[in-house]
Design a protein around this ligand. Structure first.
Ligand code: HEM
Length: 461
């Protein structure tokens, strides 16, 4: 079998961001490429304060960035995408959830018209309903979609049943709690090494660059069975691919390097399969090399930025809530899920396309129309839990949707929980005096990103 599956420019662009940026105002992002709207009548959502007395401050990018851009001439209000506080959903979503939880809106900047879904119950109904398709790049801006209409073999995040179910059946057994627990000692070691490295650096140290970003990709190397001597090269390519500020042609080149690297790894594992993920999948004998390459890339992209941003933004949130920080340090068992629920770092990128006419929340939706689930709005729905705007790492388990819901619910969720649990505890135990080295207002927040998080977090201890 040829170990050289082609990584096309088309797939590269889409694969580059399975959780891509929400439209960044033109000029802010070298990747946006979204045309300036012209002569249209914008109707930005009337935005109020975040309404959470816990988080009074404005944050660096939030304070300086422009207001919602203009969009389509549809006369529709825009989807509120701008967080005024990095910990809370964009103002406006709570009002929509209460008044009209399925509502016709337009995406700022690229003008895509869609049905925005904001209540916990209806988000879950939509994500579990097979009449909503995940392969929907058709009408969305090519820079934006979470999904693609014609995914590469193995890119199952963009597929519907039965193809999607075929991949999930093959992979689910490799991501159980028990299987992920086998990785525990290695994750603990990776985290401890990063903490050692942080300790050797002059303070302040950027927690994002030194801790949050490297851990997820090192863990993926471990999961896939990447040999130690290849990791630096793999890491470099992976870092370039997942860095949203990388110009597209460089991202494509890095993706091609990553694909070639993985193809080489797969060829070696075919000779000598080990008991890491790729070796095991090869032994099962069903997947082609091309499928294995794209599955590996999907795991890397879906698992990297998400976990990294949870670690960065989660640390900042805990520094803001010392009582909760103490509980996390002591090992509160539900902490990872509460942080996931509270921050909902993946939001407003869960697009679906209606395959047929249907009704949701009393709205008549036509075949071909788009739907967008706000996981953040659903996770702060008072119907989900008591006092949803309060962070409480001791609260009873909730049915939050921060990891999605239905057939596409996060494949890596057990790994994500394990990484977060190990990393937060180890960080807070190693540095009991951990604190931000800059005032909170100066912390640089990733503005308008599909995955919410921080550019950097200077810390000292
Ligand atoms: C902390 C972190 C994470 C968050 C918040 C998160 C969130 C999500 C969400 C919301 C989805 C649903 C997408 C959809 O419905 O279209 C998803 C899917 C997925 N995630 Fe995660 N994720 C995290 C970590 C990970 C990790 C560590 C991995 C793997 C190593 C991973 C692999 C995947 C994959 C493969 C899918 C696609 C599943 C499918 O289509 O069947 N994620 N994730």
């Amino acid at each position: 079998m040829t170990p050289n599956p082609e990584i096309s420019g088309h797939s590269a662009r889409l694969e580059h961001s399975p959780h891509p940026e929400v439209a960044e105002p033109p000029g802010n992002s070298p990747r946006s490429g979204i045309p300036e709207p012209s002569g249209r009548s914008p109707r930005p959502e009337p935005a109020g304060p975040s309404g959470n007395p816990d988080h009074p401050g404005r944050f660096a990018d939030s304070a300086s960035s422009p207001g919602p851009g203009s969009s389509a001439d549809s006369g529709l209000f825009e989807v509120p995408i701008r967080r005024t506080c990095p910990f809370d959903p964009p103002p406006g979503l709570a009002g929509l959830r209460a008044a009209e939880p399925v509502t016709r809106r337009v995406m700022p900047l690229d003008g895509t018209e869609l049905w925005l879904v904001t209540s916990h119950d209806l988000v879950r109904r939509m994500l579990a309903d097979p009449r909503w398709s995940s392969s929907v790049d058709g009408g969305l801006s090519p820079e934006q979609p979470l999904h693609m209409a014609e995914p590469e073999p193995g890119m199952f995040i963009s597929m519907d049943a039965p193809e999607h179910a075929r991949y999930r059946r093959m992979l689910t057994a490799h991501f159980t709690v028990q299987r992920m627990n086998r990785l525990r000692p290695r994750i603990e070691q990776i985290v401890a090494e990063r903490l050692d490295a942080m300790e050797r650096l002059p303070r302040p140290v950027d927690l994002v660059a030194e801790f949050a970003l490297p851990i997820p990709s090192l863990v993926i190397c471990e999961l896939l069975g990447m040999p130690y001597e290849d990791r630096a090269e793999f890491q470099e390519a992976a870092r370039t691919v997942v860095d949203m500020t990388t110009p597209p042609e460089q991202a494509d080149a890095a993706l091609a390097r990553l694909g070639a690297h993985l193809a080489k790894l797969i060829a070696a594992k075919r000779e000598e399969p080990d008991d890491a993920l790729i070796g095991e999948l090869i032994r099962e004998g069903v997947l082609t090399d091309g499928e294995l390459v794209h599955i590996s890339i999907l795991l890397l992209l879906a698992g990297h930025e998400t976990t990294a941003n949870m670690l960065g933004l989660g640390t900042l949130l805990l520094l803001h809530h010392p009582d909760q920080l103490a509980l996390v340090r002591e090992g509160a068992p539900g902490a990872a899920d509460e942080l996931l629920r509270y921050l909902s770092i993946v939001d407003l990128v869960i697009f679906r396309g209606a395959k047929e006419d249907l009704t949701l929340g009393g709205q008549e939706i036509e075949a071909g129309q788009f739907g967008l689930a706000s996981l953040a709005a659903a996770n702060r729905d008072p119907a989900l839990c008591e006092d949803p705007d309060r962070l409480d790492v001791t609260r009873p388990k909730t049915a939050h949707v921060a990891l999605g819901f239905g057939p596409h619910q996060c494949l890596g969720q057990n790994l994500a929980r394990l990484e977060l649990e190990i990393a937060f505890q180890a960080l807070l135990r190693r540095f009991p005096g951990l604190r931000a080295a800059v005032p909170l207002e100066e912390v640089r927040v990733r503005e308008n990103a599909a995955i919410h998080g921080l550019h950097s977090l200077p810390v000292t201890w």
